[in-house]
Unconditional design. Structure first.
Length: 159
């Protein structure tokens, strides 16, 4: 009998202890769900403006070192002669070069320089193509009226 009393007493203790512990709590519906962070793409630069520039006006910019000059002709033509200070930017790989030269272009514009592009002559589409790509990248750009041939025929300096 003592044994059954001990067993009964132990059972009562276990029941009492489990009765003190309440049921498991459900998560509160008031707890806010973790926020999802959505990163926004960097704002795009607005399109740059394309305009033309006369040889005379360009010459003033070039002589005063206020122009960043791009020659849109193929590299072979560039090697045979170009406007002093011009950098070859052929349309075939100009997108990659524009991205690569972005710091230089931004620095030139910040310092007040004008981006100028030229090609062989007024009928050459390459200067316009490169100008469009520069404008799409957000840069204002001018295309030299008459291009390389007009520059050379005017007796302007060449490299």
């Amino acid at each position: 009998m003592i044994r059954s009393s001990k067993f009964l007493f132990g059972g009562i203790i276990v029941l009492a202890l489990t009765a003190c512990v309440g049921p498991a709590e459900k998560p509160s519906s008031n707890t806010p769900a973790p926020k999802t962070v959505v990163s926004k793409p960097a704002p795009k630069k607005p399109h740059g403006k394309i305009s033309s520039i006369t040889l005379e006006d360009f010459f003033v910019l070039q002589q005063s070192d206020n122009a960043l000059i791009y020659d849109a002709r193929p590299v072979l033509y560039y090697r045979f002669g170009h406007i002093p200070g011009a950098i070859n930017l052929p349309k075939q790989n100009c997108d990659a070069l524009i991205a690569e030269w972005e710091p230089k272009i931004n620095a030139a514009i910040s310092s007040g320089k004008t981006l100028v592009v030229y090609c062989t002559n007024p009928t050459c589409p390459d200067a316009k193509s490169v100008a469009i790509r520069l404008a799409n990248a957000g840069y204002p750009v001018k295309v030299i009226s008459g291009g390389w041939e007009a520059w050379k025929e005017s007796g302007m300096p060449i490299e």
